[in-house]
Design a protein around this ligand. Structure first.
Ligand SMILES: Nc1nc2c(c(=O)[nH]1)N[C@H]1C(S)=C(S)[C@@H](COP(=O)(O)OP(=O)(O)OC[C@H]3O[C@@H](n4cnc5c(N)ncnc54)[C@H](O)[C@@H]3O)O[C@H]1N2
Ligand code: MOO
Length: 619
């Protein structure tokens, strides 16, 4: 909302990775790293994506005491000087993605930053969350089961010893980098931020399970999860089927060619076509033309492909089929029940209905599927400063969250009506939340303590139970989760766009996943292409893109422009890296949250296939 102007934000201040230091060139300059990434990008889509994300004027760093060359910081991630930052700001119009600000005591030239890398990396594993989280997908062949996307295994790299990249004690209770926020207009007590993994667990457990299952036409089940096992209603194939165009033959050749019933003298005998039942049995020593997919006549022992046989006319007016090779029994016949028998379980409860599942269900005889209803979300976008079209003007900016959140939710299997823009008015927000029939109300903005931040007071007025009020994550720490009623929740996303993404993946996604009865994504880890700075106490979520490197395999390269107000990094990203407090060194296998479209899990609902739910007041 407008009119704020509070103290410093943490933005990207802890970041120091400019381009990615991939080949281990300690002390390289920021400018050269970023420039190289852009230069190398030509012709390589990955490089181009990175270059696109990182293409603002690169920061220039003087080698020497501040990060390049010899000296106490040699070998560390390069960082910019104040002058460079100022020069870059003026060249680019400013960027949150700078590694150094005058107020930032955790930048690398601060004595506090001279910590112990080994000690930190052992702490960096952080509080482990629910089961399985620590399993490294990168070392396994693929996900065990189901219809999640799997990524092929890749070698993991040992952690490269590297210079410290964070303060010595990431859990120091008092830090000038992280002052308690000043009291807001409501002088609300400062909430206790919960650790990031804990927040996700709370969100997932906030709901007991999915809403009731519904039976719908096949196509409407796309993106939902099966509430009943998919059991074959028929054998597949349901009859012995020819796998090739050619001849059905009986016994060893040569074979006398039968004229199928209805064959005319004028044209080639039609043989048995797909969709037609053979009208008689094939006798030993006989053959009949047959098409791929046609039902094999009883008595047939094999199918001979058309290119493997030769037909010769006989003196008696008949014809004979010769084959240079024998046709062993069963050749090119798909026997009935080869794929499944009637009653076989094809997929269990909880399987995600993907396009392939729709195809399988249709093949197995289904016209309808019973699947869990999609959770319904209503997105309320708060902020008088937001424009829904045109260029920013007179202090007003475009709403970046409305266009992003609905399709993101669709990709998670959620039914989301068109976002509603609400004026900065406490009564309007109260009415909208109170009247919503959605399973989950998602608000954007208004989570902090400013004069127009109405989310907390509204929750109080509604008598909601606040389950999470602040998370130890950057960006996005003011995110919140509340229970409005036993089966209705509200997720409050911060207004800064990348902070909103952070809230979405931290609180909304686990809650909605449970509601949609979707299984959690398999834990996924990939080695970092370059060190990444950490917050002293909080988890960071940093956009990364995969980089396939011939020497090291798949690696995650952090992207620039990951300040809380920026979407440029996430728009070029494959995933968000979960950076533990204190940061991580190059080669560390970090937990990654894949974006729903890059994980291939976006068998989602689209407005065109909607069952027509419309939020009250939407439109
Ligand atoms: N005194 C303090 N102030 C702030 C703190 C704090 O701890 N103490 N935290 C900061 C952090 S961190 C964040 S994140 C924001 C969260 O603020 P709100 O959730 O109240 O969001 P707003 O104030 O409404 O907006 C923040 C920012 O984002 C822009 N915005 C809002 N909605 C949209 C949208 N749909 N599309 C694009 N941009 C949007 C808005 O114009 C503001 O610039 O609070 C800090 N303050
Ligand atoms: O700076 Mo805030 O952390 O964007 O959430």
């Amino acid at each position: 909302m407008t009119g704020r102007g509070f103290g410093k934000e943490f933005d990207g201040d802890f970041e120091g990775d400019f381009g990615w230091d991939f080949g281990g060139q300690p002390g390289g300059t920021v400018g050269s790293a970023g420039g190289a990434a852009a230069d190398e990008g030509r012709g390589d889509p990955f490089e181009e994506a990175l270059a696109l994300a990182n293409s603002a004027a690169p920061l220039r760093v003087r080698p020497g005491a501040e990060g390049g060359g010899a000296g106490p910081t040699a070998g560390r991630v390069p960082y910019a000087t104040r002058e460079a930052v100022a020069a870059n700001s003026s060249a680019t119009g400013g960027s949150d993605d700078i590694p150094y600000t005058p107020d930032d005591p955790f930048s690398l030239d601060d004595p506090m930053a001279a910590g112990n890398g080994a000690a930190r990396s052992s702490r960096a594993s952080g509080p482990s969350g629910s089961s399985g989280r620590s399993a490294a997908r990168s070392s396994g062949p693929s996900r065990a089961s189901g219809n999640g996307a799997s990524r092929s295994s890749r070698p993991s790299r040992p952690s490269a010893p590297s210079a410290p990249i964070g303060p010595e004690d990431p859990e120091a209770p008092e830090s000038p980098a992280d002052p308690p926020p000043p009291p807001g207009h409501g002088s609300r007590p400062t909430p206790v931020a919960v650790p990031w993994h804990t927040a996700r667990d709370i969100a997932e457990r906030a709901v007991a399970g999915p809403p009731e299952p519904v039976t719908s036409a096949l196509g409407d089940a796309l993106g939902r999860t099966l509430a009943a096992p998919l059991t074959a209603l028929t054998d597949l194939p349901s009859f012995d089927t020819s796998a090739m165009d050619g001849w059905a033959v009986s016994g060893p050749g040569p074979w006398r060619l039968d004229h199928p019933a209805g064959a005319s003298e004028a044209g080639p005998p039609p043989g048995i076509l797909a969709g037609h039942a053979p009208d008689r049995a094939l006798h030993d020593g006989h053959a009949i033309p047959i098409a791929t997919g046609a039902r094999v006549p009883s008595g047939a022992t094999a199918v001979l492909r058309s290119e493997h046989g030769e037909v010769r006319e006989l003196s008696d007016g008949g014809r004979r089929l010769y084959a240079p090779q024998p046709a062993p029994p069963g050749q090119d016949i798909r026997p009935r029940g080869q794929e499944c028998r009637r009653g076989d379980q094809l997929l269990p409860v909880g399987a995600l209905v993907t396009p392939a599942v729709l195809g399988l269900a249709a093949a197995a005889g289904y016209d309808e599927l019973t699947a869990y209803r999609r959770p319904r979300a209503e997105v309320l976008v708060l902020g008088d400063e937001l424009l829904d079209h045109g260029l920013p003007q007179e202090g007003r900016i475009r709403d970046a969250l409305g266009p992003m959140l609905a399709p993101w939710l669709h990709a998670l299997g959620v039914e989301a009506a068109a976002p509603r823009h609400l004026a900065d008015d406490a009564d309007i927000l109260y009415a909208a939340v109170a009247e919503s029939t959605a399973d989950v109300v998602i608000t954007t903005g208004g989570t902090a303590a400013g004069p127009l931040d109405h989310v907390h007071p509204t929750l109080h007025r509604l008598g909601a139970e606040v389950l999470v009020d602040g998370v130890a994550v950057r960006p996005g720490h003011p995110m919140l989760l509340a229970r409005l009623a036993p089966h209705r929740h509200l997720v409050g996303l911060p207004g800064n766009p990348l902070a909103a993404v952070s809230g979405l993946v931290t609180l909304a996604e686990p809650l909605l996943r449970r509601l949609a009865a979707r299984p959690p994504a398999a834990p996924y880890r990939t080695p970092l292409a370059a060190p990444v700075h950490g917050h002293p106490r909080d988890t960071r979520l940093v956009p990364v893109a995969y980089r396939e490197d011939g020497r090291h395999g798949l690696m995650a390269a952090t992207l620039h422009f990951h300040g809380p107000a920026m979407l440029r990094g996430i728009a070029a990203a494959d995933a968000l890296a979960v950076v533990p407090p204190g940061g991580a060194e190059r080669g560390t296998e970090l937990e990654l949250l894949e974006l729903p479209w890059s994980a291939g899990a976006s068998a989602g609902w689209s407005p065109g296939s909607s069952t027509g739910w419309t939020a009250p007041g939407a439109g």
